[in-house]
Design a protein around this ligand. Structure first.
Ligand code: PGA
Length: 250
């Protein structure tokens, strides 16, 4: 690993209640103790916990992220929805957009594009999730799929300074299966070159997500050019999450 910051995103998905907030104390302590290492921890709890989290992580090295937002940037008559403005207002600084679990619930590329624009408007950082299905992978369509998702999701956007990419092969999410290191390294290199060429930005951050755990992190951390990890299941267990961070640096 190089001398740059490594990002660790904890995606709690639809898990967590008031009690689980206490588990974060250990992570806050850890982040202070280990701040000689260059990492950034971003917690993305469900909407219901965002406010409490925001209070809890004040004066810590942890940042707050949301798992999604509505595509209209300001308030409006959209029952059950939450705007990026509202997220910004309570102290959120990152928003995950385009997670495959949201894509499968109906988030289209057009909506994803609007959501990203709404986050940019509200000065939020975006964790833009992309990834191919198993069938696309088997048909050799991985790069084509990723290119398509990127071009459609970022249509009309010129400055991508606030966009972090999370490459999450769908066949790897929650399955315990991760890509071969050599393949993952090639794909990340391909993505960086492609995005750099399209957006004339050489400072692109790509995180990997999909079954990251405290065992496979030892090989994942050696992938060249990787900027961090999006951790789902393992992030709900404080010890496992801390272990992932520690093992990245040891
Ligand atoms: P997982 O989830 O780590 O449980 O595979 C990753 C994700 O969905 O972001």
């Amino acid at each position: 690993m190089t001398n740059k910051y490594i990002y660790f995103v904890a995606n709690w998905k639809m898990f967590g209640d008031i009690k689980s907030l206490n588990s974060v104390n250990k992570v806050i302590k850890f982040s202070k103790l280990y701040n000689k290492f260059k990492f950034k921890l971003i917690y993305c709890p469900p909407y219901t916990l965002l406010s409490s989290f925001a209070k809890k992580i004040q004066n810590s090295y942890i940042y707050l992220g949301a798992q999604n937002c509505h595509h209209i940037p300001d308030d409006g008559p959209y029952t059950g929805s939450i705007s990026s403005r509202m997220l910004k207002n309570i102290g959120v600084s990152y928003v995950m957009i385009g997670h495959s679990e949201n894509r499968s619930e109906g988030d289209t590329d057009i909506m994803i594009n609007k959501k990203i624009k709404s986050c940019i408007k509200n000065n939020l950082k975006i964790i833009f999730c992309i990834g191919e299905t198993l069938s696309q992978k088997k048909r050799g369509l991985t790069h084509k799929t990723l290119k398509n998702q990127i071009l459609k999701g970022l249509k009309g956007i010129r400055k991508i300074n606030n966009v972090f990419f999370a490459y999450e092969p769908i066949w790897s999410i929650g399955t315990g299966i991760i890509p071969k290191s050599s393949k993952l390294e090639k794909d990340i290199k391909y993505l960086k070159l492609f995005i750099n060429k399209q957006f004339k930005n050489s400072n692109i951050k790509i995180l990997y997500g999909g079954s990251v755990n405290s065992n496979n992190i030892k090989s994942l951390k050696n992938i060249n050019n990787i900027d961090g990890f999006l951790v789902g299941g393992a992030s709900q267990n404080t010890k496992k999450f801390i272990d992932i961070v520690k093992k990245t640096f040891n």
